[in-house]
Write a protein that binds this ligand. Structure first.
Ligand SMILES: *Cc1c(COP(=O)(O)O)cnc(C)c1O
Length: 369
């Protein structure tokens, strides 16, 4: 059967391996598996949110409030923007999809860093876009500028901080770059890990309201999947100029998040204390990973997120390390699919990380032989 020919150039997104697969394939007991592959919040969901969902579970026969009034109001208040500047998606992933569909068509150009969130290119290819990538893996704004000038792309993606590498541009350098970009170019600032970056270094903090006021052609993306610990609920948001948001609504399917997801996001926003505590612990534990890398003599990328990337250069092969960890029940992300000889590890809880170091010691010893 023939399908849409644009799909011939599309890759399937490779998600972090699920716990169930490790149980099935390697016979590791479910309770012994440590999953640090998808940058979920390892401290679990706030108990306040869990309680709320238990209370509301009986409502799942009903469609959610499609206007998402309460959540949009809460986000509007948090970021000091009008709810007309907000759109909710099934993860911020869905907003990326809306943005590309809204702006691009066949042969449109989209500009991004070489090693960045895979969904920009995947959604782009579905529309027949051409992905332009910088030579450097990490965000290099000089290279962005050169490619922008040469190709005049329809869209630019900035992942701040960047997944899967963890580096983070300064707000001021981002603004300086955006001043050179035409108001006809749609800018996406993906802030999936902004809560972490803003805590570690205020210079990295991007204020959505300031961003879209200075640059009405920019859209800010946020998610409940990481710091807010709701990855399984699939809630994200976009903040942008009213005219852009209105256009995105034309692409939004009805009831695009669930009744319980909506309630969970609203409740999660109320428990800021939980989020702050998780972020604090994250960076405390990250120090241990940095020290571990130094001790083992390989490098890491300074991270502004809830994960760290270990680079193996010519010391080890990342897929060997990831595979051996997997067989022992520790799931990390091999960056081989990004053509980088590195692994990305979500920063776990203290007990999990202690075990990671112990198992990693064994694995690296074995691979040395
Ligand atoms: C996790 C992530 C997202 C969005 O995830 P959703 O679960 O779809 O909200 C977006 N961008 C980056 C860079 C991410 O790491």
């Amino acid at each position: 059967m023939k399908f849409n020919k644009l799909l011939e150039n599309c890759k399937i997104y490779e998600a972090g391996k699920p716990i169930e697969l490790v149980v099935r394939e390697y016979g590791v007991k479910q309770e012994d598996i440590i999953k640090l592959a998808s940058n979920e919040n390892p401290y679990g969901t706030s108990t306040k949110v869990v309680k709320k969902i238990q209370e509301l579970a009986k409502n799942m026969f009903m469609y959610p409030d499609d206007s998402m009034y309460e959540l949009k109001e809460a986000l509007g208040e948090k970021f000091d923007v009008n709810s007309k500047n907000v759109i909710i998606g099934a993860g911020s992933d869905q907003i990326i999809e809306f943005l590309i569909k809204a702006k691009c068509s066949e042969n449109s150009k989209i500009l991004m860093a070489k090693t960045t969130f895979a969904m920009y290119e995947i959604y782009g290819r579905q529309e027949g876009c051409v992905a332009l990538k910088t030579e450097d893996g990490m965000h290099n704004l000089e290279q962005f500028e050169a490619l922008y000038k040469e190709h005049n792309p329809e869209m630019i993606f900035l992942c701040i901080p960047n997944n899967p590498l963890g580096e983070c541009l300064d707000k001021e350098e981002v603004y300086k770059f955006l001043e050179k970009v035409s108001s006809e170019t749609l800018i996406v600032v993906d802030g999936a890990y902004q809560e972490y970056a803003a805590y570690k270094d205020p210079k990295k903090r991007i204020d959505p309201k300031e961003l879209i006021t200075k640059f009405p052609n920019a859209v800010y993306l946020g998610t409940f999947s990481k710091a807010y610990a709701l990855g399984g609920m699939r809630v994200g948001y976009g903040i942008g100029d009213e005219a852009i948001i209105k256009t995105l609504y034309k692409l939004r399917p009805p009831f695009n998040i669930t009744t319980l997801s909506l309630a969970a996001a609203i409740e999660a926003l109320k428990d800021q204390e939980f989020v702050n505590e998780c972020i604090k612990l994250n960076f405390k534990e990250m120090k241990r990973y940095e020290e571990y890398a130094k001790k083992k003599g390989f490098s890491y990328i300074e991270s502004y997120t809830n994960f760290i990337t270990f680079k193996f250069e010519n010391k080890y092969i990342s897929s060997d390390v990831a595979q051996k960890l997997l067989e022992r029940g520790i799931i990390v992300r091999d960056l081989k699919s990004y053509s980088v000889n590195a692994i990305r590890i979500t920063i776990g809880r203290e007990d999990q990380n202690t075990k990671v170091f112990k198992v990693l010691d064994e694995v690296l010893d074995e691979l040395k032989k």
